[in-house]
Design a protein around this ligand. Structure first.
Ligand SMILES: [Zn+2]
Length: 181
């Protein structure tokens, strides 16, 4: 029985610095590789050697874009992907394995952490808006705060408080496209 937390932390460590989409691709591809290799369904049931191989595969994918750009790589079919990383593959069973519960939670976890925007502009003063969703001082703290602390420059400023938004506010600027995150 493999330790879920250990796997999660290791993958996180290995893929730190990548954007969520790339992480998803890499983990998804590693799971497909595991399917081809006929590894057990649940990652907790992998043998040490299997887990080691799975990690190695992720590591190699991480270092990949030497031969392919990320986009080219995304468009390769899984067999090509595996071959390009691990060499020729025999005994291929087609089919895509859904992400196991653990990799799913790794991704969710990362998505939470990656939910950060540095491109938000205040509709009142056109200055930068801080995205505080990941580091709220308390549950009641605003999710977004205009960087302008001057009621003359920002007409959204209350006179006392900078313009702030909470995720359930109806005046969240549509152009921020938060719904599509
Ligand atoms: Zn403002």
């Amino acid at each position: 029985m493999q330790d879920a937390e250990f796997i999660r932390d290791t993958v996180k460590e290995m893929l730190s610095g990548l954007d969520t989409k790339t992480m998803q691709k890499i983990i998804g591809s590693a799971n497909q590789y595991a399917t081809i290799k006929k590894f057990p369904k649940m990652i907790q049931d992998y043998s040490d050697a299997q887990l080691d191989t799975w990690f190695k595969y992720i590591e190699k994918l991480h270092d990949m874009p030497i031969d392919y750009t990320q986009e080219e790589f995304a468009n390769l079919d899984i067999i090509k992907k595996v071959e390009s990383v691990m060499g020729e593959v025999e005994d291929i069973t087609p089919g895509v394995k859904p992400a196991s519960a653990i990799t799913e939670s790794v991704i969710n976890n990362m998505e939470q952490q990656n939910k950060y925007r540095d491109d938000l502009k205040c509709p009142w003063c056109n200055e930068m808006v801080y995205d505080n969703r990941n580091n709220k001082k308390s549950e009641k703290s605003p999710d977004f705060v205009c960087s302008t602390n001057d009621a003359i420059k920002c007409s959204g400023h209350s006179g006392k408080w900078r313009k702030s938004w909470w995720l359930d506010n109806s005046d969240l600027p549509k152009e921020w496209n938060l719904d599509s995150e």
